[in-house]
Design a protein around this ligand. Structure first.
Ligand SMILES: Nc1nc2c(ncn2[C@@H]2O[C@H](COP(=O)(O)OP(=O)(O)O)[C@@H](O)[C@H]2O)c(=O)[nH]1
Ligand SMILES: [Mg+2]
Length: 194
């Protein structure tokens, strides 16, 4: 009986391997936009330990990372497009927006200017990719000296029928929930059950 055990395990691994391959091609593009230093890269970093190594492309000033997640049993590759520099709205190439299934528009709750610029980022997203849904993200919620209240940010999100999340990329608060919701939005209208 002993030699049968490794054989059985091998067969089981084989079946598992096939099923993983079958669902492996569910990939979806997420972009992060917002002023510099609001925490876009930090939000991605929080997911990094669970991510497979992504591509770092200096030429176009982009960090592209792949984060694997599960949506009710289906493996999904969330491809995160994060600008490597401190680009301003109006300066970003249109191929950055192309094919984006969901966008995170991030501001810093301690920086009123970054909240003010949210409207410009929304306009830019609508211009390049009018059908891409977005989530408004107020980051650095761990900081006590706020310049933007939750109510105020919620009102802007409601204006565009968007979700609003408050996160702390530093402490990891609400980050997992944010990306789960983003994945849900990204997969809307695809054949994947979630
Ligand atoms: N207190 C606090 N600092 C943060 C948070 N997220 C990012 N930071 C800090 O803000 C700075 C800019 O973050 P970064 O992720 O590079 O911003 P990006 O330019 O939007 O990608 C860094 O010094 C981070 O450590 C947060 O949630 N709370
Ligand atoms: Mg960055």
């Amino acid at each position: 009986m002993v030699p049968l055990i490794p054989k059985y395990v091998y067969l089981f691994k084989g079946i598992k391997g096939v099923s993983v391959l079958a669902i492996d091609n569910v990939a979806t593009k997420l972009i992060l936009i917002g002023d510099g230093r609001v925490g876009k890269t930090s939000l991605c970093s929080h997911l990094r330990t669970k991510s497979i190594p992504g591509k770092y492309n200096l030429t176009v000033g982009l960090n592209i990372e792949v984060h694997e997640t599960l949506m009710t049993g289906t493996a999904v590759k969330l491809v995160l497009w994060d600008l490597a520099g401190q680009q301003r709205f109006g300066c970003i190439r249109s191929d950055f927006y192309m094919g984006a299934r969901v966008a995170l528009i991030v501001f810093d709750v301690q920086n009123r200017g970054s909240f003010f610029d949210v409207k410009h980022w929304i306009r830019e997203l609508k211009r390049h990719s009018p059908n891409t849904p977005f989530i408004l993200v107020g980051n650095k919620k761990d900081l006590l000296k706020r310049e933007v209240s939750t109510e105020e940010a919620k009102r802007v999100a409601e204006e565009y029928s968007a979700f609003y999340f408050e996160t702390s990329a530093l402490q990891g608060e609400n980050v997992e929930e944010l990306f789960q919701m983003a994945t849900r939005l990204a997969l809307q209208g695809t054949a994947v059950a979630y």
